[in-house]
Design a protein around this ligand. Structure first.
Ligand code: 13P
Length: 254
């Protein structure tokens, strides 16, 4: 069964008081207002994960996610955070391969394959991000490029492991720009990615995997995006930083 998921990627925002206020506001509003079957994933900065874990009821519809993890389990990697550490404080999901990490921190498809492996080995659900630049969208084989990101970072997985992954299509030109992909553009890419997955793992796994859209998704446009057949929710940046907006987006996925 394909899951509806709305994840909030807070990126590098919020001080501790602001972060905890946002967590409790989202928890309260989800409990009071969200009745449908949608999984909400809160991805605050790593420094708040342990405190956020205490504030999020376990076993409910809200899960906790990290924004990254290292590809090694432990060792001399100053400043880094490992998948076993995240697991040990009760984190459920981890965003991997966000375009900001690829661009500013040089993360490669091969490195992301290793991160996906260690996340899965430690019981974390990877939210694997993929997406093309504006230049590629306008001048190149952007569908082939995104398919290749998935091939190189995910297609080494067994079918059983692959089925645990969540994919987030985030066109770089739509991130933080206010330039959302149209619902048709999102649907076209999600359809292509599902076909690509089917060619490797078969129809049943391809139909069951959740593919989220990210890139200037907000309270105004989420309903139309999420209404597309192959769009199973969203990975939300800016609009996840204000509880009322984020709740509207979550409701759009119900
Ligand atoms: P915005 O929603 O701010 O465009 O960010 C999207 C994103 O990068 C989520 O990971």
């Amino acid at each position: 069964m394909r899951k509806k998921i709305v994840a909030g990627n807070w990126k590098m925002n919020k001080t501790t008081d602001e972060a905890m206020a946002l967590v409790s506001e989202v928890v309260d509003k989800v409990n009071a207002e969200v009745t449908g079957d949608v999984t909400v994933v809160l991805c605050p900065p790593a420094v708040y994960l342990a405190t956020a874990r205490q504030a999020i009821p376990s076993g409910g519809s809200i899960a906790l996610g990290a924004q990254n993890c290292h590809e090694k389990a432990s060792g001399a990697y100053t400043g880094e955070i490992s998948a076993p550490m995240l697991q040990s404080i009760g984190v459920d999901y981890v965003i991997l391969g966000h375009s900001e990490r690829r661009e500013y921190f040089g993360e490669t498809n091969a490195q992301l394959a290793a991160k996906v492996n260690i996340a899965l080995e430690n019981g974390l659900t990877p939210i694997f991000c993929c997406g093309e630049s504006r230049d590629l969208r306008e001048n190149g084989d952007y569908i082939g490029f995104v398919k290749n990101q998935i091939t190189e970072s995910l297609f080494h997985l067994s079918a059983e492991s692959f089925a645990k992954v969540v994919i987030a299509y985030e066109p770089i030109w739509a991130i933080g720009t206010g330039l959302t992909a149209s619902a048709a553009q999102a649907q076209d890419m999600h359809f292509e990615l599902r076909q690509h997955i089917a060619s490797q793992y078969g129809d049943s796994i391809a139909q069951d995997i959740s593919i989220l859209y990210g890139g200037s998704a907000n309270a105004q446009n989420a309903a139309e995006l999420f209404a597309q057949t192959d769009v199973d929710g969203g990975l939300i940046g800016g609009a996840s930083l204000k509880a009322p907006d984020f709740i509207t987006v979550i409701k759009a996925a119900q």
